[in-house]
Design a protein around this ligand. Structure first.
Ligand code: RI2
Length: 308
């Protein structure tokens, strides 16, 4: 009985993530962890968690923060499996609670570190909508720094509108541009820095982020503009250490053109990969690092997974 109820809860979280009602790489990791915590509270045993974990991981394929979050909780459950029922639940709830707190804290820590690299009079450009980037900009603004932001629309889902709304609400000057205006904007508006989030960062420093990011990075390189990625280490990929290739999600063609001619094919990849050589720095909760340093962090942070 309990199992049926809790699984339907998990299914609704899965649907929210699939439909992008819940989105953003950190947000989906935290949401998945919270739904697994709820399962434990409601009496879920390891098998229930494994089943739920599979469903959650299948919701979206690209952001590694989602499997990282689920797999870490399954690891914690295995680690505590020798305990009696009551003790198991109590210990696991504590452990998951601490893990969720760490993920939430990492956002605050990045905001602090990232805000230090924003200078007065900076002209910034961002792509898509990243909570991590928004937090950095809000923190810099709250420190009294004066800067302006250009935000791309980010077709097809127009997440740039969320970015402009959030920045306007925070009192940060922001201008919306169409995606294809990114390159000319960098030149004519004298952009100083491009700041984007990430869904996955591979051990070689390659960055997987919303479709269009790699074009923005190429333009930044052409104009000698710093290309900065703001990312919590939960988005680093231990799987890439083992040779796995990141699966790029392809979404419904209707997102691109709903009333299209029926014979028209539409290719709608949601993400692309920016080569590490295009990335100047990676801002994490552990500090600022070059993309080459990701390897070492993965080795240390995900040692529990790499050992398995
Ligand atoms: P935060 C988003 O993916 C965007 O690609 C964004 O740059 C990235 O996740 C990181 O988001 P989607 O969920 O964790 O919009 O910084 O497809 O919010």
């Amino acid at each position: 009985m309990v199992k049926k109820i809790v699984l339907s809860d998990v299914d609704s979280v899965v649907n929210d993530i699939k439909s992008m009602r819940v989105r953003g790489a950190l947000n989906i990791a935290v949401t998945a962890a919270k739904s697994m915590k709820k399962l434990v509270k409601e009496g879920g045993v390891i098998e229930t968690l494994q089943d739920a974990g599979q469903r959650l991981k299948s919701a979206r394929p690209t952001a590694v923060s989602l499997p990282n979050s689920v797999d870490y909780i399954l690891y914690l459950a295995e680690k505590n499996s020798h305990l009696g029922d009551e003790e198991f639940r109590k210990q696991l709830l504590d452990d998951i609670g601490r893990f969720i707190q760490e993920m939430e804290n990492s956002l605050d820590e990045i905001a602090e570190i990232g805000s230090n690299i924003i200078r007065d009079d900076d002209v910034l450009l961002t792509h898509c909508n990243s909570d991590t980037v928004i937090e950095i900009l809000k923190r810099a603004h709250s420190k009294g720094k004066k800067f302006t932001v250009y935000a791309t629309e980010t077709r097809p889902r127009m997440q740039g509108h969320i970015t402009t709304g959030e920045l306007l609400d925070a009192g940060i000057p922001v201008t919306l541009i169409v995606d294809s205006a990114a390159c000319i904007t960098m030149e004519t508006k004298k952009v100083d820095k491009v700041l984007v989030g990430a869904d996955t960062v591979c051990v070689d420093g390659d960055v997987v982020n919303k479709i269009g990011t790699s074009q923005v990075a190429l333009c930044a390189r052409k104009h000698g503009i710093d290309f900065i990625v703001a990312v919590e280490s939960i988005k680093f990929s231990p799987q890439s250490m083992m040779g796995s290739i990141v699966k790029i999600e392809e979404r419904n063609p209707d997102e691109v053109w709903r009333d299209r001619p029926s014979i028209l094919g539409v290719y709608n990849p949601a993400f692309d990969i920016t080569d590490a050589s295009m990335v100047d720095i990676v801002v994490t909760e552990l500090g600022i690092m070059p993309p080459e340093a990701v390897y070492q962090v993965v080795k240390e942070k995900f040692s529990w997974e790499l050992r398995q």
